[in-house]
Ligand binder design. Structure first.
Ligand SMILES: Cc1cc2nc3c(=O)[nH]c(=O)nc-3n(C[C@H](O)[C@H](O)[C@H](O)COP(=O)(O)OP(=O)(O)OC[C@H]3O[C@@H](n4cnc5c(N)ncnc54)[C@H](O)[C@@H]3O)c2cc1C
Length: 495
């Protein structure tokens, strides 16, 4: 006997979107979330009258034609959120900086042309190739099968560049120039150019960043809150503090879930938005989730993050302080990434400072600002070994704050009203992400497109969503995985 048409296990963006779309299509849906609230990484919290985003800083693809806009409209919650365009960003590197209007993301490349006139033509060619690649990718998605078979003819750029790393393309145009490499690598990924898939970069520009980046009024948690109310308004049910421990199966089909309190809930479909490395242990006999030809062991989770949440009097920020600041302290992004992989934050830092109260003044008491500092960090095991004790973490915090002071002038140590922090271990504890992985699986050449774990699993009626699966990481990637899963369910369900 089944209790629901669909159980969504895990209320990250992927699970929320799948549950929202399926409840809006009239299915009987239950979402199970192990925490007290849904959203996964996309949540926020209040401290002393200040609002803080737990992790993320921006939402792409929510302009008029954006993928996320379409999803929110289908769920019926688009009007619930106001997306504020992020206007100015400040990227700071050891030898130069770029402060630009970001409403048209391609303006970023114009700024680089102005700063490095000797590379003007090369940047133009990079832009042309990247635009063409992105357009061909989008065209390929819509193309009839016969055009897809003739890939080298109809999609020649896609054919030539799909397997290349970003470094191969950067080297072709800029011959390893460290300035251009740095400026063109400030992307939402923890991978250095030598490992980052150029396909990801092309699609990111064409499909994701191309429409601008936004901040949801009320904070990033407004997005999860809107998805939660979409599920509820469409008749779906959400149960919090319910941890799924096993997937119940009958022969080769998922038929329900077992919870940590030993209760069983049965459904025709199970859609899991859970770390698949853990998910695999929930299957009978720990069978491989995506089949023997795709063992999870061959996939590498992304790096993690260390976060600081703090408040300062508004007078301590310069009047032109933008919402988004990215600081790279090293000229060698490859060496920095290699050090992070080894567990050390000593070979350079990537710091992102966001000040949400600049986007929405209601997020801090009048006369103050709420600031989040995000620093790319090793995964939990190595982070804990190196920075696990309070003195080591305090020392690292001091080093990060003095770096921020020297690059931006903001003296957090002397002026912050309070500072709280979240480590990779906090990320792991709250969401169950593998070793605190920030992006699930990052966009390495062998982890994108057809190489990425699919939404279908080895079991019938068990689908997997979230940032470890097709199509990509990030809020939009996870949301789209939820949409793909919902489409599979609707195609195979008579209602
Ligand atoms: C520091 C940081 C900054 C980021 N910045 C951005 C950004 O600015 N823009 C952007 O687009 N992306 C950003 N990302 C990435 C983005 O937030 C994620 O890729 C995306 O939100 C992942 O969604 P998901 O569906 O995979 O779910 P997750 O966020 O991984 O959530 C999974 C959910 O499932 C629940 N769960 C897990 N196991 C169980 C279980 N057994 N039973 C029940 N429930 C369970 C968890 O509690 C959690 O709520 C950032 C990530 C981090 C960490």
């Amino acid at each position: 006997m089944r209790d629901y048409d669909v159980i969504a296990a895990g209320g990250g963006i992927g699970g929320l979107v799948a549950a929202g779309l399926l409840s809006s299509a009239g299915l009987k849906v239950l979402l199970l979330e192990k925490e007290k609230r849904a959203g996964g990484y996309v949540t926020g919290f209040r401290r002393n009258g200040f609002y803080f985003d737990a992790t993320g800083a921006f939402v792409p693809a929510c302009g008029p034609d954006g993928e996320l806009t379409e999803i929110l409209k289908d769920i019926g919650t688009y009007k619930q959120i106001e997306f504020l365009p992020i206007q100015t960003i400040w990227n700071i590197y050891p030898d130069f900086d770029l402060k630009i209007e970001y409403t048209n993301p391609w303006a970023y490349l114009d700024e680089i042309k102005t700063l490095f006139p000797e590379y003007r033509l090369a940047v133009k060619s990079y832009e042309k190739l990247t635009r063409r690649f992105g357009m061909e990718f989008l065209g390929f998605e819509q193309a009839p099968w016969w055009k897809k078979i003739l890939l080298p003819i109809f999609f020649s750029t896609l054919f030539r560049c799909a397997r290349k790393s970003h470094a191969e393309i950067l080297n072709k145009f800029f011959h390893g120039d460290p300035h251009l490499t740095l400026a063109l690598s400030d992307l939402p990924t923890t991978l250095p150019p030598s490992q980052l898939s150029y396909a990801f970069v092309g699609v990111l520009w064409a499909k994701v960043l191309g429409g601008g980046v936004f901040y949801p009024k009320g904070g990033m948690s407004s997005l999860s809150d809107a998805l939660v109310s979409g599920i509820v308004n469409n008749g779906g049910e959400i149960r919090y503090e319910k941890e799924v421990t096993r997937i119940i199966t009958n022969k080769k089909q998922a038929t329900g879930v077992l919870l940590s309190d030993n209760s069983k809930i049965m459904a025709e479909w199970v859609i899991a938005d859970i770390n698949p490395f853990e998910g695999e242990k929930m299957l009978p006999g720990n069978s491989p989730l995506f089949g023997y030809r795709r063992p999870l062991a061959k996939y590498k989770p992304s790096l993690s993050a260390l976060l600081f949440y703090l408040a300062v009097p508004a007078g301590y920020l310069p009047s032109d302080w933008p919402y988004f600041i990215s600081i790279h302290t090293s000229r060698d992004i490859e060496a920095m990434s290699a050090a992070l992989e080894r567990g050390s934050m000593g070979d350079g830092l990537h710091i992102v400072i966001t000040t949400p109260s600049i986007m929405d003044s209601a997020l801090a008491p009048s006369g103050y600002h709420a600031i989040k500092v995000l620093v790319r960090a090793p995964r939990t095991d190595l982070f804990e070994k190196e920075y696990g004790s309070d003195p080591a973490l305090d020392q690292l915090q001091g080093q990060i704050f003095s770096t921020i002071k020297s690059f931006t002038g903001l003296d957090i140590t002397s002026n912050a009203l309070f500072v709280e922090r979240a480590t990779p271990m906090t990320l792991l504890r709250r969401t169950g992400n593998e070793a605190g992985a920030m992006y699930g699986l990052d966009a390495a050449c062998n982890q994108v497109g057809p190489f990425r774990p699919p939404n279908r699993t080895v079991l019938d009626n068990l689908l997997w969503v979230g940032h470890y699966t097709h199509p990509a990481h990030g809020i939009v990637g996870s949301a789209m995985s939820g949409r793909f899963a919902a489409k599979i369910v609707l195609k195979n369900t008579k209602k």
